[in-house]
Ligand binder design. Structure first.
Ligand code: FPP
Length: 251
């Protein structure tokens, strides 16, 4: 048995049989983290990358199959232009710098969102990273960039309507499965657990369709401080939930 299959690092108080398959994360609080230390906001984003890398490694160690991180929303374009530019450059730099390690760790990268609006150099880096890691069999790492759930749903509706209009599909063919196949997350399992840092109790237009039955965990910790122990606490909390999916409890 390989080290990965035995998940030797899983804390003893976590049940290996009840580890979520897909964890989604809203990485909130970078700006406040920086401000509280007298740094510019961008330092918080830089620190946020380290927290994300640590979470990815932890998910991989503990047997989580999919991690999806909300890196940039369709609404984030409304931030000051220097911050938007910083983030775009940061994404590009991190992708370039981390690709070799992602390959070594067998990570499969996917970007979800409307990528066509991103700077062309970032689009090229994204395409390269997805192509390079396409056959990797380890953890699936999704980065939601220029992502907005409402926009995604409209995009799916238009794509389906166009197929009906062209006679390629009947109205009766439309069901949940078909609809999901027109979302950016096509082929991915739905998140079991959403973690949001910095205490905000909102979904912020993130994976609204996909999160129908996700368990939500909100921590006051700011994203750059979110570490392995925090994640451990989130999983302990998740494992205490009774996931009924609208049915009655078995007990
Ligand atoms: C929210 O905190 C954070 C973001 C909008 C950016 C998150 C991006 C990263 C952590 C970088 C990830 C990098 C890659 C390559 C995926 P905020 O700025 O809204 O903080 P505030 O609420 O305290 O202002």
């Amino acid at each position: 048995m390989s080290v990965k299959q035995s998940f030797i690092e899983l804390p003893l108080d976590l049940d290996q049989q009840r580890i979520p398959r897909h964890v989604a994360v809203i990485m909130d609080g970078n700006g406040r983290w920086a401000k509280s230390r007298g740094f510019p906001r961008i330092i918080g984003h830089q620190k946020g990358v380290d927290a994300l890398k640590n979470l990815l490694r932890c998910c991989d160690d503990w047997g989580i199959e999919v991690l999806t991180a909300y890196a940039f929303s369709t609404e984030n374009w409304g931030r000051p232009s220097h911050e938007v530019e910083f983030l775009m450059t940061l994404f590009e730099r991190v992708l370039r710098k981390e690709l070799a390690e992602m390959m070594a760790e067998n990570v499969k990268i996917r970007f979800v969102g409307d990528l066509s609006a991103l700077p062309t150099s970032l689009q090229a880096e994204i395409a390269y990273s997805m192509e390079k890691t396409a056959n990797n069999k380890g953890i699936q790492f999704n980065i939601a960039t220029n992502y907005g759930s409402r926009q995604e749903i409209i995009h799916a509706c238009k794509s389906i309507a166009s197929q009906v209009q062209q006679g390629k599909m009947e109205l009766e063919d439309i069901d949940e499965k078909l609809f999901e196949n027109h979302l950016y997350t096509e082929g991915l399992i739905s998140p079991d657990l959403l973690i949001r840092t910095s205490g905000e109790m909102r979904l912020s237009n993130f994976l609204l369709w996909q999160m129908a039955y996700a368990e939500i965990y909100v921590t006051p910790t700011l994203w750059p401080d979110f570490n392995r122990e925090e994640f451990h606490q989130a999983l302990l909390n998740y494992q205490q939930r009774d996931r009924r999916f609208g049915k009655l409890s078995k007990t």
